[in-house]
Design a protein around this ligand. Structure first.
Ligand code: PEP
Ligand code: MG
Length: 584
């Protein structure tokens, strides 16, 4: 029970941005317009047109403000979605039609805006393509904005004091506008850890939990809430013991994070001298400074798909080159591993083909091999950025050796093109394959023979191995990093990969899970590439253990039969060895 007698209620959502917040709720209910259909008199037509024009102008002003704010705070890449919203507001075809109907049918503006925009929205929502559905969310946001301004309702952007924003769904624009207040955390009922809003929360360093079902029905403004953005726990009406527990956890994290600063420039080396390459995963250029501050040993995965967010066409070789060059330059002389576009599945970019099972469809290297000109542009751009010899290429979603061989042929072609243009590049640029499909895992020795390194992508590997959709919160408890099958599979990949003297790393989410670090080192990984936030903590663990001990831990875990057994063994181990690391 909390102080006012409500029963403590726990909910589990998806951790979307790290940090702990304890404070009062602000329940945000988005203005839901109720649209009445009205016939207007002929003499009212001009007034109605004026009203709509004013609403459009006000809406544009609001979105421009959001866009400016986003550009200042987050940089251009993260702001593209708002550019897309502005373009929608300037869509001549759509609004010409509304004005035409207003004159001909003499209906009120609210009705016509909703009618026309709903038509677009229905079409977009019916699409099997994730990107188009995401754009549909933007369209709805724009429609609501126009309707709210027609009704001359004010935009909710100010809240009193420090608050946890709780809502059904939060548009990226709203998350950004709210962040101008003292937002302690965001909690939403829907959305995934890779939604725009989650990306924004991470960039703004505000804790967030998404997928917390029913939260907006259970919580009211001013209720006390605890949000744990490390593991996705939400506690409503927390009792004094729970509050104390989380205050302690927050403080522990705070103290622990302070102890990490001195490790920044030290290598990720075990007490008995075994070195691990501890790199960072990067999605946005804005993260580059941060990963340097965190003491990462270069970039182990740069997800180039982020360049396609909100774009209709692929960026040119020149545009890509400039970005890859800046990335390579920013970590030089450390390495930057650039992954070729991993589109399809749940990732961006509009495609004309509708797929029933996009995760089993046209994805990653399959798309690129079907679009050789696009692939060549990207390969040339990466090659050009490699002239200082600190760049490597990584291929996503490889399932067979032919895909690697065809890529190598294209890479040779790209090199020939550049030689003909007398442009410098690294002649011996390294090529790696992501092991994220069971077929690649089982043939890791053959793939390893073809390339210079392997990088295990656990986010996809686990989804394909355990038959659990990585983005489906209904089965998220079955997405088990510590399933014995996953651990045994990792062992096989590492052993087989290394038979050919290839180095084997991991860039999936699991690499950044501190509970897994000792085990992963013991299984024999050479490299871990982790979310930038996790670098210092993982480095601390590596620097505090013996490699021989890690091998022993891995051997014990390999004999265990259930996820529960493995987790409880690792938790006990961590509690004993690292009492200051707050692992639940
Ligand atoms: C993975 O699948 O583990 C991975 C790193 O790739 P992504 O999450 O971008 O699919
Ligand atoms: Mg993947």
């Amino acid at each position: 029970m909390d102080r006012i007698g409500k029963k403590e209620t726990r909910l589990k959502g998806i951790a979307a941005s790290p940090g702990i917040a304890i404070g009062p709720v602000y329940l945000f209910r988005k203005h839901e317009p109720t649209i009445q259909t009205r016939t207007i008199e002929p003499e009212e037509i001009e007034k109605e047109i004026n009203r709509l024009q004013n609403s459009l102008a006000r809406s544009k002003k609001e979105v421009t403000k959001v866009l400016d704010f986003a550009e200042n705070k987050l940089g251009r890449d993260q702001s593209k979605i708002f550019e897309a919203q502005l373009l929608l507001l300037e869509d001549m075809v759509l609004f010409e039609e509304i004005f035409k109907r207003l004159r001909n049918e003499r209906k009120n503006a609210e009705y016509l805006v909703q009618d026309e925009m709903e038509k677009y929205h229905r079409l977009m929502m019916a699409s099997h393509d994730q990107y188009t559905r995401e754009r549909a969310e933007d369209l709805l946001d724009v429609e609501n904005r126009i309707l709210r301004n027609l009704e001359e309702q004010k935009l909710v952007s100010r809240i009193d004091g420090s608050r946890v924003i709780v809502t059904h769904n939060l548009a990226a624009a709203d998350a950004l506008i709210f962040s101008r207040n003292e937002v302690m955390a965001y909690v939403t009922e829907i959305g995934g850890a890779t939604s725009h809003m989650a990306l924004l929360a991470r960039a703004l360093k505000i804790p967030a939990v998404v997928g917390a079902h029913q939260i907006s029905l259970l919580a009211s403004t001013d209720d006390n809430i605890i949000v744990d953005g490390y593991d996705g726990t939400i506690v409503l009406y927390p009792g004094p013991d729970t509050t104390e527990h989380y205050e302690k956890k927050k403080e522990q994290y705070h103290i622990f994070e302070e102890t990490l600063a001195p490790l920044r420039d030290l290598p990720a080396e075990t007490l008995d001298g075994h070195c691990i390459k501890l790199a960072a995963n990067v999605e946005l250029e804005e993260e580059l400074e941060f990963i340097k501050m965190q003491g990462a040993d270069g970039i182990g995965l740069y997800r180039t798909e982020s360049l396609l967010l909100g774009e209709e066409v692929f960026p040119s070789e020149e545009e890509q080159y400039k970005i890859y060059y800046r990335i390579a330059e920013s970590v030089y002389p450390k390495d930057a591993i650039i992954r070729t576009f991993d589109i399809g599945g749940d990732k961006f970019m509009s495609q004309s083909i509708k797929e029933h099972n996009p995760f089993l469809g046209w994805r990653g290297v399959r798309v690129m091999l079907d679009k050789p000109q696009v692939f060549l542009d990207q390969l040339r751009a990466i090659l050009r950025a490699s002239s200082k010899k600190n760049v490597a290429i990584l291929l996503p979603m490889v399932t067979n050796i032919k895909e690697v061989q065809l890529t190598k042929q294209l890479l040779e072609q790209a090199k020939d093109d550049l030689r003909a243009r007398k442009i410098a590049f690294d002649e011996r640029i390294k090529l790696g394959v992501m092991v994220e499909v069971p077929a690649a895992a089982i043939t890791a020795d053959h793939l390893g023979h073809e390339v210079d390194f392997l990088s295990i992508g656990t986010n996809d590997l686990i989804q394909y191995l355990l038959a659990v959709d990585r983005g489906n919160d209904i089965v998220s408890d079955l997405f088990q990093e510590f399933h014995p099958a996953v651990i045994r599979f990792l062992r096989r990949i590492i052993e087989r990969g290394k038979q050919k003297r290839t180095w084997v790393g991991m860039c999936g989410q699991m690499a950044g899970n501190p509970l897994a670090t000792i085990l992963l080192i013991g299984l024999g990984l050479d490299e871990l590439s982790v979310v930038p936030n996790a670098v210092p903590e993982i480095k601390k663990i590596i620097r505090s253990i013996h490699y021989t001990e890690a091998i022993h831990v891995a051997e014990r875990v390999l004999m265990m039969q259930s996820e529960d057994e493995i987790i409880s063994y690792l938790k006990n181990l961590m509690k004993r060895k690292f009492p200051d690391i707050p692992i639940e």
